[in-house]
Design a protein around this ligand. Sequence first.
Ligand SMILES: [Zn+2]
Length: 302
Amino acid sequence: MNKNFYANFFFFFFLFQLLFVDLNLYAINPLVLTSNLYLKDIIQQVTCNSIAVESILNTQDDPHTYQMVPHVRLLVAKSPIIVEIDPYLEPWLDKIPVQKNQKKFVMTKMLEEKKTSALIFDKQTGILNPHIWHSPILTKEIVIFLSIFLKENFPQFSNKISVCSKNYLNQIDDVVIKINQEFKNLPKEKKYLAMEHASLAYFAKEFGFENPNLLGISDESKPTFKQIYHFIQQLKAKKIHIIFPEMYDNSKSFEALASDSSLELGRPLFADSLGKLNSGADTVLGMWIQNSQAIKRSILGQ
Ligand SMILES: [Zn+2]
């Protein structure tokens, strides 16, 4: 075998890989494209997997800083239905104008139009907290909205969607009962979720936790020394000694904060994404349960 043989072999091997990957990408032709995995899971649950749905963001993608790559832009342009969370959270999605005959739905807009009282607005900026995937109350509103909309657009699955969405709403209620059970014996003075950004504000509010956070609703900015100092003072004043890092947070800033102060690090919580496939947290309900168990065990020192 000469060198040319190997060179040619690897050239064609990589060319094949490139083509294969490309073909795979273009073979994805979802009827519904969602911005994140939360919306994808809800649509799968509401339709019992009857409709092809894909999510732009994957497990470890940060919605606050995401940049679309060319094949995703193409996917956005040609998907007949797009469901997104919020334009403040996902400004990258608005870079592609809505195409003719394309339908686009913004979940926070729908919830604001319904004047849903469970919505939380940032105290400093007045901006709506976009982390609605941690709210069972808002998720139920979204399930109801999407089931109506999907029945209209996919009448062939209308009966199935009625049954599946009703079952899913019941499952949400059951999980809320289970989580409340999980937190039942936690003393009120220990119910603090100190986090880097206000990703779990809805979860905290609905399950009776205080939610001090360092950066507000966005995780894009780096905290200043002054912010960190005030945050630590705030926690000390309330006798909080546990801070919760975020799963898939590469900055490791909370790990550093814990090692520089007398604060303890709790178990990491799912903040901006669901968990990896087959982790148990790869569904919305599984993610809520895993977070609640992680919170309880951290607080009880288990
Ligand atoms: Zn976030």
